[in-house]
Design a protein around this ligand. Structure first.
Ligand SMILES: Nc1ncnc2c1ncn2[C@@H]1O[C@H](COP(=O)(O)OP(=O)(O)O)[C@@H](O)[C@H]1O
Ligand SMILES: [Mg+2]
Length: 257
């Protein structure tokens, strides 16, 4: 069974059809890429999967269950988590605090247990910080644990954002242009990191503009243009598909960057 499946999902904004009957399916353990020119509807697809938007038509299926229109707060609980095209962190808070905030999305405790400082609360907090420590070690962030994130280089902020996502213990990690703004070295490190995350058993779905990066990283690709799927296949297939080449040459995408 597919882990995630989109079936004919359509999302409109006024007269703009941002996603036009889009279908694709992600298998467990894959690194799956979504590519397409600017404005193709890639981020909208992610916003529909994470329930920030509810599509007008179609279904989003998670492990065989229809999750279309669920409350966005329930999505992390299902095991789906995402990062944003523009990094969103609590800038004045430390790396450790940002990562633990991912834990709180997942925490089992009731609000009053914090007030009463019950043993359950203390145990839960302890578990949270142990998990945060493990994640910071995994991401090589220990030396920045107490540093406010807004004083860190972009590449490290990106890792913190991924750390916060991992803190929810996801089954599916969704990354919206994770290499945007990174230099070549940071991009290489990110590729290594995504492979390691996949090897931990987490399925990865990503949008990426950096073609070299996509082609070396992903198992399978869906290409969209004007909200519609125009091609899908392995990186080898996609790189040689005339339809894809045409879509990229025909757009002024490169000049927008
Ligand atoms: N909240 C919104 N309101 C109105 N139009 C939107 C909104 N979000 C996206 N769009 C439009 O939907 C289309 C697809 O946008 P987007 O999904 O951000 O593209 P991509 O991520 O592929 O660059 C664009 O035409 C964009 O202007
Ligand atoms: Mg986008």
């Amino acid at each position: 069974m597919a882990l995630l499946e989109l079936k004919n999902v359509t999302k409109r904004f006024g007269g703009v059809v941002a996603m036009d009957a889009l279908s694709f399916s992600v298998e467990p353990g894959q690194i799956y890429g979504i590519i397409g020119p600017n404005g193709a509807g890639k981020t909208t697809a992610f916003n529909c999967i994470t329930s920030i938007y509810t599509p007008e038509e179609g279904e989003i299926i998670w492990k065989g269950k229809n999750i279309t229109g669920k409350h966005p707060c329930d999505i992390a609980g299902l095991g789906i988590v995402r990062t944003f095209q523009n990094i969103r962190l609590f800038g004045k808070m430390s790396v450790a605090e940002n990562i633990v905030s991912g834990r709180h999305q997942k925490s089992k405790q009731k609000w009053y247990q914090g007030l009463l400082n019950t043993p359950f609360f203390k145990k839960d907090e302890y578990d949270n910080w142990m998990k945060v420590r493990e994640i910071m070690e995994f991401l090589n962030l220990m030396k920045y644990a107490k540093t406010p994130t807004n004083s860190l280089p972009y590449g490290i902020q990106r890792r913190v954002e991924i750390g916060r996502a991992l803190a929810t213990e996801p089954e599916l990690l969704i990354l919206d242009e994770p290499a945007a703004g990174l230099n070549d070295n940071e991009t290489l490190e990110l590729v290594e990191l995504i492979f390691k995350i996949r090897d931990m058993g987490i399925t990865v779905l990503l949008i990426e503009h950096d073609m070299d990066m996509v082609m070396q990283l992903v198992d399978y690709i869906t290409v969209i243009n004007f909200g519609k799927k125009i091609s899908e296949g392995t990186p080898d297939f996609i790189q040689n598909d005339p339809v894809v080449i045409e879509a990229y040459l025909g757009s002024d995408d490169e000049e927008d960057e």
